[in-house]
Design a binder for this molecule. Structure first.
Ligand SMILES: [Zn+2]
Length: 84
C-alpha cells in the first residue's frame, strides 16, 4: 500500500516537473520571436537620425546609436510596443 502511494506521488512529481519544463520551454520560445536566434525584438533599435539598425541588449530606455552617436529613446524608435 505504501509502495503504491509512493509511486503515485512520484508520478505526480514527475508530471509537475515535466509541465514546468514544458512551460519554461514554451515561454522561452515565445520570447525569442520569429527568428531562431536568441535575439529579442526589444533589443533591436532603429536610429531615428541615420536609420541605422543596431542591437542593444541592455534594457535601457535610451540607447546611443553606434554610427552617429545620437540618442534614441524607446518611444521614438520604430518599434511597436508589444502588449501581448
Ligand atoms: Zn544613428
Amino acid at each position: 500500500m505504501l509502495n503504491v502511494d509512493f509511486s503515485w506521488a512520484l508520478g505526480v512529481l514527475m508530471l509537475a516537473v515535466t509541465a514546468a519544463a514544458a512551460a519554461a520551454f514554451l515561454s522561452l520560445r515565445k520570447g525569442r520571436g520569429k527568428s531562431g536566434l536568441s535575439l529579442d525584438a526589444r533589443h533591436v533599435w532603429l536610429c531615428a537620425i541615420c536609420t541605422h539598425i543596431y542591437i542593444n541588449t541592455k534594457d535601457d530606455k535610451i540607447s546611443v546609436c553606434p554610427r552617429c552617436g545620437s540618442y534614441n529613446s524607446r518611444d521614438s524608435a520604430a518599434r511597436r510596443p508589444e502588449k501581448s
